[in-house]
Design a protein around this ligand. Structure first.
Ligand code: NAD
Length: 365
């Protein structure tokens, strides 16, 4: 376990990078340091068999460099499988910049970061993630072409969140079809936890379809704003996991499906936008299966965002973005059925299919 590695000074000294559990066969890890701008960044390139490693840059005030390293490794690995399962010719990568995006992000720092990205000659292509804005990517674009998620006025594909939400909605409908025999969500009770950019757009789709939507967020203003726009209710209790519901949609942070929440969960389906929803992939995937809760793998159904930025590289338009995002419905149904046939968790079934696509490409070289 990575946490054990982090806790033990002894182990930290022995296995700083290759020994991390989250290392998981990364091709390359690049540490970027610039004294003048204060830039400290790590770029993780997990796998480039299917194409260049594409994944966003996260700026976060990590408690330690170990946390930053672990985060970038976990996230870049996730991108490999996300692109592979979605059928995109992209590998998996991600970058983290250590620091507070509100106070430490300067144009000079972003430009220096862009130069490091450029030095990799397109093996890694960056985009936005937590702590980044479209304007930051526009700035990076002035020093390297290896960036996506730039403004529409500069040829970019624009805000990915509505597309991500549409993909989650498609995945949720497929999970409903598999579980209830119908993908109509009218009158289904859905709890959306986290009503930020993606959560709100998902709420709109659900409310248009007549689902009974409850919303939860730590931001009270946001809750009231979203409630006033759509016909949804603010969840007034203290433990939404234990509520009677058809679908739980995690759209805030990861790891909300864990040792403590799974025993309480009454939902029949979990389908949401958050990355890394299962605190421990294997263990919690199995626990959900034992409880008969259908889990729509996060990296599969939240791929709308990457489909959107991939359009910038492949020069496809809005229609193709929508078509590829709608296909998340078919892939989700395929994965849920495959998991049942092969007696594996849905998460594992998605990983297996993604890995087989990578292996096929590798063996054809
Ligand atoms: P966001 O920052 O706009 O929204 C997150 C929301 O969650 C905020 O309203 C915040 O107040 C709320 N929140 C935070 N902690 C919470 C808690 N403990 N309980 C309840 N609410 C809480 O982020 P977003 O862009 O909407 O992304 C949501 C999730 O989807 C993230 O995990 C993100 O990594 C993932 N995701 C987003 C995209 C995308 O296109 N934006 C693509 C793939 C995955």
């Amino acid at each position: 376990m990575v946490t054990e590695v982090v806790k033990s000074n002894e182990l930290q000294k022995i296995d700083p990078v290759f020994g991390q559990m989250s290392f998981d066969n990364h091709e390359q890890v690049v540490f970027c340091n610039d004294k003048d701008t204060g830039l400290k960044a790590i770029i993780g390139i997990h796998n480039t068999v299917l194409g260049p490693a594409l994944g966003g840059t996260r700026m976060w005030n990590y408690k330690s460099e170990w946390d930053a390293l672990n985060d970038v490794l976990r996230l870049s690995r996730g991108m490999t499988f996300k692109s592979a399962i979605t059928g995109l010719n992209l590998g998996g990568g991600k970058a983290v910049i250590i620091g507070d995006a509100k106070t430490q992000k300067t144009p000079e720092l972003m430009l220096r970061f862009g130069e490091f990205v450029h030095s990799l000659n397109g093996k890694y292509i960056t985009a936005e993630d937590v702590g980044m804005e479209t304007s930051d990517m526009d700035l990076v674009r002035t020093v390297t072409p290896y960036v996506t998620g730039i403004s529409e006025s500069k040829g970019g594909a624009g805000n990915p969140s509505p597309i991500t939400a549409y993909g989650v909605f498609m995945g949720m409908k497929a999970a409903a079809k598999y579980t209830f025999g119908s993908d109509v969500l009218e009158d289904r009770v859905v709890f959306v936890e986290g009503i930020g950019n993606v959560g709100e757009a998902l709420v709109e789709h659900l409310s248009n379809e007549g689902a009974k939507v409850y919303i939860a967020d730590i931001n009270q203003d946001r809750l009231e704003e979203v409630r006033d726009k759509y016909s949804v209710e603010i969840y007034g209790g203290h433990n939404l996991y234990a509520e009677q519901m058809d679908i739980y949609a995690p759209c805030a942070l990861g790891a909300t499906v864990n040792d403590s929440t799974i025993p309480q969960l009454k939902a029949k389906i979990i389908a949401g936008a958050a990355n890394n929803q299962l605190a421990e992939e294997q263990k919690h995937g199995l626990l959900l299966r034992e409880k008969g809760i259908v889990y729509a793998p996060d990296f599969l159904i939240n791929a709308g965002g990457i489909i959107n930025v991939y359009a910038e590289l492949e020069n496809y338009g809005r229609q193709e973005i929508i078509r590829k995002t709608e296909n998340i419905y078919n892939t989700t149904l395929e994965i849920l059925t495959n998991a049942e046939t092969n007696d594996v968790t849905t998460h594992q079934a998605a990983l297996n299919i993604a890995q087989s696509r990578i292996d096929a490409k590798k063996n054809n070289k």
